[in-house]
Write a protein that binds this ligand. Structure first.
Ligand SMILES: Nc1ncnc2c1ncn2[C@@H]1O[C@H](COP(=O)(O)OP(=O)(O)OP(=O)(O)O)[C@@H](O)[C@H]1O
Ligand SMILES: [Mg+2]
Length: 183
């Protein structure tokens, strides 16, 4: 399979870390958590309970894009998690990076909320889910990648994500997120 760089995106709790881990294992590609690239200042702000502004996010997104560029240069392929909820964030991530493929994870709100509540490895307030779903700008047809509904078992999500990354040309999104903003 040709190496590409998969950006595993979507709202909190949709399974980005889970799917990224499975993908990296299946494909043998290096992987990273986008959140690990935050500056100390951003981390301190988040720990203090203050939401990040877009101005806080741009330098962070550029470091994620730099990681993508390194993977492209090395030709190893790669998998990185990043919620990438807005089109403008995604445009920054793929600017100058032709190997980027977005895998947008979506799912029924109540199911995702339930999964978040049962998560034991880390805590994100489930209340965050609604604001993230409201912020999510669905993947558009001219963006490279595709959408996966995470309603089934993780193995099924994994297979669909692999299919998106393996597609010779960009796929168009196939599933509309539940909470698409109404025009
Ligand atoms: N089909 C599936 N795909 C992905 N995750 C699933 C699936 N079924 C169950 N899960 C569970 O859903 C939870 C998803 O949480 P995960 O931490 O991977 O989400 P996340 O998007 O990385 O969240 P955050 O943005 O808060 O880091 C995990 O407990 C995972 O085991
Ligand atoms: Mg995660």
């Amino acid at each position: 399979m040709a190496p590409v760089v998969g950006v595993i995106m979507g709202a909190s709790g949709t399974g980005k870390s889970t799917v990224a881990g499975l993908l990296a294992h299946r494909l043998g590609w290096p992987s990273a958590e986008g959140d690990d690239f935050h500056s100390a200042a951003n981390v301190a702000k988040m720990h203090a309970g203050h939401p990040l502004t877009d101005a806080d996010r741009w330098p962070w997104l550029r470091t994620v894009a730099a990681w993508i560029g390194e993977r492209e240069a090395a030709g190893t392929g790669g998998i990185v998690t990043c919620s990438a909820l807005k089109r403008s964030y995604r445009d920054l991530l793929r600017d100058g990076h032709p190997d980027v493929r977005f895998v947008c994870l979506v799912g029924d709100r109540d199911l995702i909320r339930q999964r978040m509540e049962h998560r034991t490895d880390h805590f994100m307030p489930p209340s965050l889910l609604d604001s993230q779903l409201a912020t999510l700008e669905p993947l558009q047809p001219d963006e490279p990648g595709g959408v996966v509904d995470v309603g089934g078992p993780a193995s099924q999500t994994l297979d669909q994500a692999v299919a998106i990354l393996a597609a010779p040309t960009a796929l168009h999104p196939t599933v509309a997120p539940n909470n698409s903003p109404t025009p």
